[in-house]
Design a protein around this ligand. Structure first.
Ligand code: NAP
Length: 455
């Protein structure tokens, strides 16, 4: 595994980093464990809060410097990168402000004696994170765990090493002790060794099913608690009474944000028959307008994909779809220019026997399905190995809430694309993983809920 910055817009290799040796891995784990025992877990909430708040304020001050690294390393539109950094500021602030209340001891109403549950940190938490939101994914683990008193060792994706280092430096600059938050340029073999190490108490992974299954198996063998935030193929259901302007606007955001590289992006468009033609015509017209270009330029509306491999995979999947009987209504190819750009693509006639029917498209590729009624819409939405999120567009909120109850995912958004905020729990079911990040649920994943009973 080589840790390297390759600019997806210019295709130029910018910088290469030396992976950590086994001896360095030992030093990193030892430091994280020592800092946990002798320092970080001993600090009061107010002391931890001062560090995390400082990190949030530094991030806010240096927003554009942080954002530029995202665009450089994985090609995100600069304005989306700025929004990502601002969201991270909110996440760090949220946990700094609320952790003490979330983790306060709770008295139990018991029949015998006096009982309470107190909440204690676990120790070193090992994290494996993806490139698609290079800081947001880190903030989702750093905010809650640092405030809970855990220390973190984080293996980031190999294509965003500068973002990984910038986030580590953020906590050093904020006054965190060495070992509170450490970046790890580890190989997959070293990840397995680190997870099995007795000093590591929990493992959080965000990434693909493949990586999740591998890391969860290693952690399971070592009896380590894990959370898994994996892929998705979210349904975007448009009912017959939907406001068509809103439906098209949300569909474009849902599919195109981050060039389609969003775990809970809208990927399967499930349309009531009566509105399907109108929706498709307008959706296609909007996607056709998108302009590939320099992601630093505010006029660009289509960013490159994160890597050559990501582009090749998307083009290959479209080819498989067509071989399996799908029709390409729009796009389907690499954009004819330098950079890893994929044309905005619409596929129709994707039947259950098509090889891509159950696959995730991590690119600006939309699959269109038509249904006769809402029961069929729910059946189709649930016919997926994934269960991350989903959107319903309708003017009848009561109807949408009934459907939301029948959809087998961790999140359902009504008249909204998938959104995220510090106080909204994030996570999925089925092959989209388990556990939750963000909100008060996220901070409870790696803590000891300890019963204390006075007999
Ligand atoms: P990926 O290949 O699984 O990479 C994610 C991370 O896992 C990277 O740090 C990667 O390191 C590491 N990794 C991969 N295989 C590993 C192994 N065998 N052992 C240890 N570490 C391993 O994921 P991706 O395809 O780049 O990212 C996109 C996926 O993440 C999509 O499926 C997307 O839906 C999902 N995702 C989910 C969420 C969520 O919250 N549910 C959020 C964002 C993304 P290297 O880079 O060094 O290979």
């Amino acid at each position: 595994m080589s840790y390297q910055t390759t600019n997806p817009y210019s295709e130029q290799i910018e910088q290469t980093f030396t992976p950590h040796s086994d001896a360095q891995m030992e030093t990193i784990l030892a430091q994280a464990a020592t800092t946990f025992e002798s320092d970080w877990r001993q600090r009061s909430f107010a002391e931890r809060k001062a560090v995390v708040k400082k990190a949030a304020s530094l991030l806010k001050e240096q927003r554009d410097d942080f954002a530029k690294l995202i665009t450089l390393e994985m090609g995100k539109l600069f304005k989306e990168a700025q929004q990502e950094v601002s969201l991270c500021v909110k996440i760090l602030d949220y946990y700094a402000d609320n952790a003490e209340q979330f983790l306060a001891p709770k008295q139990l109403d018991v029949k015998r004696g006096e009982a309470s549950v107190e909440i204690a940190p676990l120790g070193v938490i090992f994290c494996v994170e993806p490139w698609n939101f290079p800081y947001y994914q880190l903030a989702r683990v750093a905010g809650p765990n640092l405030m809970a008193g855990n220390t973190l060792v984080v293996k980031h994706a190999s294509n965003v090493p500068q973002c990984a280092l910038a986030f580590e430096k953020l906590f050093t600059d904020a006054g965190a002790p060495a070992g509170a938050y450490t970046n790890a340029f580890f190989s997959s073999e070293q990840v397995a060794t680190a997870i099995a190490d007795p000093r590591v108490q929990g493992v959080a992974l965000t990434g693909s099913e493949r990586a999740g299954a591998s890391v969860a198996a290693t952690a399971g063998k070592a009896l380590k608690k894990t959370t898994m935030e994996l892929g998705g193929s979210d349904a975007f259901i448009v009912l017959d009474d939907a406001d068509m302007d809103l439906a098209v606007k949300l569909a474009v955001i849902g599919r195109i944000q981050n060039s389609g590289q969003v775990c809970d992006g809208s990927k399967r468009f499930i349309l009531a028959d009566s509105i399907a033609d109108t929706f498709v015509e307008r959706f296609q017209a909007e996607l056709a307008k998108l302009q590939a270009g320099d992601p630093m330029d505010a006029a660009t509306t289509l960013a490159p994909l994160s890597s050559k491999a990501a582009l090749e995979l998307a083009v290959k999947q479209v080819g498989q779809a067509v071989e399996g009987g799908a029709k390409v209504l729009l796009g389907g190819k690499q954009v004819d220019r330098t950079g890893y750009f994929m044309e905005p693509t619409i596929l129709t006639d994707v039947k259950p026997d098509n090889p891509v029917y159950y696959q995730e498209f991590f690119a600006p590729v939309a699959m269109i399905f038509r249904v006769k009624d809402e029961n069929e819409a729910v059946t189709l939405a649930n016919d997926s190995p994934f269960g991350l999120g989903g959107t319903i567009v309708t003017t009848d909120i009561a109807r949408a809430k009934k459907l939301a109850s029948q959809i087998e995912t961790g999140m359902v958004f009504i008249n909204s694309p998938a959104i995220t905020a510090p106080d909204l729990p994030f996570g999925g079911v089925k092959h989209s993983g388990y556990g939750r990040e963000l909100s008060d649920l996220g901070i409870m994943e790696f803590v000891n809920r300890k019963l204390v009973l006075v007999g």
